[in-house]
Design a protein around this ligand. Structure first.
Ligand code: FAD
Length: 393
């Protein structure tokens, strides 16, 4: 039977919400946790619509460390998330991420590479010829150098979400289909949530893990979050390429990216400044690929002048318009209101570190990884923490 009072209520059963529930219960199996998800099919949630890519190639130490922790977790993820002998299959393909650098991105990326190496990451600095060795289809247009992270790669985001979800339920979390319409407060303390059914659930700890809907949730309790739902589109194409193995994922300076899925299949995407803002448009438009991406793709990979557009989809980035980075922790002006929002397109890979960090904060533990650089306080103080101007996932 569903309770009405919980130690923690998590709004949103995406990868952030489920990973946090898992870590809370791992630390303290006695906790009563509710995960509230308005759509358990996840039709519009960002997690299953993501490319599932992870990289250690960031310029902020904390972003690199989050990815390092994620790579560690992935080594035993299937076993750790096993429930009754059933294991998730993340299908992690460490094909490596290959960043092409032009004049404007070279110095910044070189600094990033030195930082990554100083933290123990393996990253190669490449000449243009080195780039071509890794990705022979690329004609080197605009390339002055490159970086290659051999441990970066792509996986099934749904398998990771499902793993955390099933394991946290097995550990005792209540997963409830419900839409939150209001976060409730008394003075400067959160006290629960109101559902669209009219029911009220009580808790002194409420987590906003509502992804692209995070600002709507925050608004109900008077918190202004600079998180904007932004449409992003991905297209799958079939080409004539039939080389051996899987090519690295290729990231061009313009933001165009090409992720090899094996044989002739490639996943292609690019963000545009005029991408639709709002939670009302999930329509994949073939013409965006045909008219705005294909010609650019052919400029770099001439062989792709003949290809078949197979299908595509659109999902939402939860863009933090202050600085493009995560917002993690308790809202300092509202006790018990925890945020894991604003990941701006690179959240999937951070779910492991974020789940652990938010759980540690809620339980008053010393964080294993100090992520206070992403504190919500910076939003109130208008102090952005910029990562980089060029990397898009
Ligand atoms: C096209 C695309 C490609 C991407 N590629 C990558 C990538 O390669 N690597 C990477 O790291 N990241 C990537 N991302 C970003 C990544 O998907 C997100 O950062 C991450 O999945 C966010 O997880 P989340 O749990 O916060 O959000 P979500 O998965 O969106 O989960 C939030 C959940 O909250 C629920 N919810 C919302 N409002 C309410 C409410 N009022 N009541 C109850 N439930 C509610 C929603 O239904 C949803 O299920 C990509 C995103 C997109 C769209």
């Amino acid at each position: 039977m569903q309770m009405t009072s919980y130690d923690t209520i998590i709004i949103g059963g995406g990868v952030m919400g489920c990973a946090t529930a898992y870590y809370l219960l791992k630390f303290d199996p006695k906790l009563n946790i509710a995960i509230l998800e308005m759509d358990p099919t996840y039709e519009r949630a960002s997690t299953p619509l993501s490319d599932g890519n992870t990289r250690i190639q960031f310029n902020l130490k904390e972003n690199i460390q989050m990815s390092q922790y994620g790579l560690d977790v992935l080594k035993t993820f299937a076993d750790d998330m096993a429930v009754d002998g059933e294991k998730p299959d993340p299908a992690f393909r460490q094909q490596g991420n290959l960043f092409v650098l032009d004049e404007s991105s070279r110095d910044e990326s070189h600094e990033g590479m030195l930082l990554q190496r100083s933290l123990g990451c393996e990253v190669e600095w490449l000449t243009p010829e080195g780039v071509q060795k890794y990705f022979p289809l690329y004609n080197l247009k605009g390339c002055v150098a490159g970086t290659f992270g051999p441990h970066d790669g792509t996986m099934s985001p749904m398998a990771i979400l499902d793993g955390y979800k099933k394991k946290s339920i097995a550990l005792g979390a209540e997963y409830i289909q419900a839409e939150v319409i209001e976060v409730l407060r008394e003075g400067n303390q959160v006290v629960g949530v109101k559902l669209s059914s009219g029911e009220t659930l009580n808790s002194n700890i409420v987590m906003n893990a509502a992804g692209a809907w995070a600002a709507i949730i925050a608004q109900t309790v008077g918190v202004d979050l600079p998180v904007v739902p932004t449409k992003r589109q991905v297209t799958i194409v079939e080409t004539n390429y039939r080389g051996d193995g899987v090519l690295p994922a290729l990231f061009l300076p313009s933001g165009l990216y090409v992720i090899h899925e094996g044989e002739g299949l490639f996943m292609v995407g690019k963000s545009f400044p005029d991408d639709h803002i709002g939670t009302d448009d999930f329509i994949w438009e073939r013409k965006t690929f045909e008219e705005r991406i294909w010609h650019e793709l052919v400029e770099y990979i001439p062989e792709f002048d003949r290809l078949k557009i197979l299908r595509g989809w659109a999902g939402l980035y939860e863009v933090n318009t202050l600085d493009g980075n995560a917002i993690l922790g308790e809202w300092t002006q509202l006790k018990g209101f925890y945020l894991a929002n604003g990941f701006s397109g690179h959240g999937f890979q951070q779910c492991h570190a974020v789940g652990r960090y938010i759980a540690e904060l809620m339980l008053g533990k010393t964080p294993s990884l100090d992520l206070s650089i992403f504190s919500p306080q910076r939003i109130l103080e208008n102090k952005p923490v910029f990562e980089s101007k060029r990397k898009i996932i």
